[in-house]
Design a binder for this molecule. Structure first.
Ligand SMILES: [Zn+2]
Length: 430
């Protein structure tokens, strides 16, 4: 009896865990008539093709529509794989200034923030992001696990999610800061000190549903005369190594917020899997990242978006950081580091389309095709879902979006996604 029950719940888990259940796609046959197709395997467009979908899967790429299929006319569109944003915060509504952030943690309950997060999840999907990696809840506990569950159970619309739950940082390093010592305030992270506590926190977060472990590796940025962005590292090397070792031992990966010199270096040395932001990365660390396959998630747009506000608040370094970031980005491209698309959406208001990041990446030196690949095939590799997602080809899950026109000649068209399909179910159509 127990075995049967366990078996049944395993099947139910498998059916829901991968977000197939959003709307009953059934075995409906759909043919997308695409004016152009960027399949994500190469960088060139294929003209006038039909992408045939059966149920939740891509059946074939064909020259004609098969009989009995519902044809959706995208003949003036470019079709491409569903976009992936590998750095979001659905539990956050923008935090240009410290006051914006404090307000959310002090005056909004986690329950209210979760309601807002469900709206943000739907927004992400409607912008064309069929998968996201949400990199910590900023004080809202394990609410990301529940939003993911509600999406997978078909309760609310949203992208496929990988979640990081609470993130880790040391005492005195993360907001909320600056309150009187006798006032108890919430923090946007789980505070841990010492390798053993860090290991315990990793175990705790994984037991509550974390797919990724997120660490904050540095803080307090200062632009040096020689153009290097300096920082104060948060964790000791022993602490960071313990976190990475524990996460990897439990087959989970580690994302490190590392903006500058020491944070990046310590993270790379400790063996993290992704470097988040990386405004400054030394050449030797770029070399190590390239050879070990460590991903760089640069989040350019958010830096531009918050710079003026933070400068006005007394931190002009955020303006200087943009130039430093561009130089690092170019060096990373040259060094052959894997660059994955990530926006930090939630760090800016979700009503702003995170796809603005594509234009930022092109401005910093990528071609439009490279920028789109960073949000499809490369992002799928980062999320380790490249066997089922990330390209448009037979046998893969039908996560497909389309934009009107040719994004390879105007990448800002990526902000105009007006067709979205997730797992064979149409979410949005022109
Ligand atoms: Zn972030």
């Amino acid at each position: 009896m127990m075995r049967t029950l366990a078996g049944a719940s395993l099947i139910l888990f498998l059916a829901t865990a991968f977000g197939f259940g959003q709307t009953a796609a059934g075995t409906n046959k759909i043919a997308l008539r695409c004016g152009s197709l960027l399949d994500g395997r190469g960088d060139s467009l294929r003209a006038d093709v039909f992408v045939v979908i059966e149920g939740e899967t891509i059946k074939s790429i064909a020259a004609t529509a098969p009989g009995g299929a519902e044809v959706i006319d995208l003949s003036h569109h470019t079709c491409m794989p569903g976009l992936m944003d590998t750095h979001t915060h659905i539990l956050l509504q923008g935090d240009i200034t410290a006051a914006d952030y404090d307000q959310q943690l002090l005056k909004q309950s986690p329950e209210y923030r979760t309601i807002l997060a469900t709206v943000n999840a739907r927004r992400a999907l409607e912008y064309g992001f069929t998968s996201i990696r949400d990199l910590e809840t900023e004080g809202a506990g394990y609410a990301d696990v529940d939003v993911k569950k509600a999406i997978n159970n078909g309760v609310i619309p949203g992208p496929r999610m990988q979640v990081a739950t609470r993130a880790l940082d040391v005492t005195g390093a993360y907001a909320l800061q600056g309150y009187a010592p006798n006032v108890m305030v919430p923090h946007g992270v789980q505070i841990v000190d010492g390798p053993d506590n860090a290991r315990q926190a990793v175990r705790e977060q994984i037991s509550h549903g974390a797919d990724w472990i997120k660490v904050y590796s540095d803080r307090s940025y200062r632009a040096r005369e020689d153009g290097v962005l300096d920082d104060i590292p948060t964790f000791t090397r022993d602490e960071l190594r313990a976190i990475v070792d524990e996460a990897h031992r439990e087959r989970h990966k580690v994302a490190s917020h590392a903006v500058a010199l020491n944070g990046v270096h310590n993270s790379v040395e400790a063996g993290v899997d992704t470097i988040e932001h990386g405004n400054y990365i030394a050449d030797e660390d770029l070399k190590t990242m390239a050879s070990r396959g460590v991903f760089y998630v640069p989040t350019i747009f958010v830096g531009e978006y918050v710079a003026q506000g933070r400068a006005a608040e007394g931190a002009p370094v955020w303006v200087k950081m943009i130039q430093i970031h561009q130089d690092t980005f170019k060096r990373a491209l040259k060094a052959g580091v894997k660059i994955a698309f990530g926006t930090d959406a939630g760090g800016f208001d979700w009503r702003v389309n995170p796809a603005k990041e594509f234009s930022s990446m092109v401005k910093f030196g990528m071609t439009p095709a490279q920028a789109i690949r960073s949000a499809t095939a490369t992002a799928a590799e980062l999320l380790e879902v490249n066997d089922s997602l990330g390209t448009v080809e037979a046998g893969k899950l039908a996560d497909i979006v389309a934009v009107p026109g040719d994004p390879l000649s105007d990448v800002s068209l990526m902000e105009k996604v007006d067709f979205v399909m997730k797992g064979g179910a149409v979410v949005k159509r022109p």
